[in-house]
Design a binder for this molecule. Sequence first.
Ligand code: MN
Length: 503
Amino acid sequence: MARQPALVETAQNKTQAEQALAAPKDLRAYLQKLIERDPKQLMVVEKEIDPVFEATAIVDQMRTDPRWPNFPAVLFRKIKGSSIPLLINLQGTYERLALAIDSNLQGMVEEFGRRENAPVPTKRVDRSQAPVKEVVWKGADADVTKLPILRHQELDSGKYITSAVFILRDPKTGVQNAGIYRSMLHGPQEVGFMTGAFQGGNYILVEHRERKQPMQVAMAIGHHPCLLLAGTTNPPGMGGELEIAGGLMQQPLEVVKGETVDLDVPARAEIVIEGILDPSPENVREEGPFGEYPRYYTGIGPFPVIKVTAITMRRDPIYVDVFNASSEHSAIGGLARMGFLLNRARDVCPNVKNLYLPISGVARNHAYISMKKVADGEPHLAAFNVMAYSPATKHVFIVDDDIDVTNEADVLWALATRFQADKDLVTINNSIGSRLNPPTYGYRRDDKGTLETKLIFDCTRPLSAGTFPTATRVPPEVKARMKPGDYVRPLSEGDLAYIRGGK
Ligand code: MN
């Protein structure tokens, strides 16, 4: 008979769970959780390395090397020219992002969609409660070249800050908006501000330009991964991202007043850079090329420059870097996009089971959707809605609900064995796509423009075509009692003698 847990035990467990929930979430709390789960997911480099290409050269080679499974995050203790250590690739896999929302690869999209729909207001704390105020650099001391800023990809135009969540105030509504923008290092107190035309940061910049008002900027570097995830979401209207960060963390994001700007900055960030941007059209500098998410150099042009007014940080901060044009660049926005698109696919097909944007498709171009189909042709509805809400998504693969969409080999198996192009492929020409995707064409087919050809691969078994063969499997009840760990061991001396001697 199963032993009933004692009441006192239950109460203790509950207290521990409550404490864990109440403990403030930040970079340190997340790293602690990651190390407890699997210490091999965080590696360390002790030797001094140069910030120009050397960090990314090491990390890039670890991506597919089985000596470092799961493409770990790497902490560089000593970067030449800085006293601050650097952490890169923390968000380099969907598995580590899933851990940030207490989930796993299979469950993370559903969980993200659920938490994104439950935002939590920010909580203002006193500066004595704000670790990010432990050290304050102002005036000429606010020198960004003292930070370990990297040069990443071969043809990048310089060193870039890649992990900053920019907090800006919309002059029209007064609300704070947060987003991630690439920021080139121009000088000791000058950094770039590069946005796409229809990003929140650009609407706010244009509004300041029209009002001839300087734009206040705060750049938060290093926090719980949920802050970066929230920075890639697109809540309707202006603002809402910091509240989504609270929803994702399931606790309010603690904020504190800026030193030199009238903005609420994350109190538990590692580092915050504050600055003022003169929005006049003359205050621009050449920026780019830069390795972008499709893993090509794109987006070159004149962009505005921020004048740094203060840098605040923890006493022993960790500078966090996001490896551009690498899986980390795709994964952060990918999870947010998946959570949103799963909800949109279910708007039209409630029987959609899961949705996945693989890193191989740069977390945008390819979507895998699984569903329990009730009518032939129904999968197209889910695909249409996903493409409508995500113009960059150009190839949608729909599979039956027995396929795990997070397993690319299984999705390709469904394509190989359940798909016939003449009846299962849908082609949509002249459809708006991503300007950053290299093969995108213009209205004239040889022009570079914003149009792409979309494909829907219906890899579901036909409902109406009689009996489709049954997929093979080993009896699951036998697998449940035959665990390899209970049976399998390495070769022994006796085994080797037997193999050599043939006796
Ligand atoms: Mn926004």
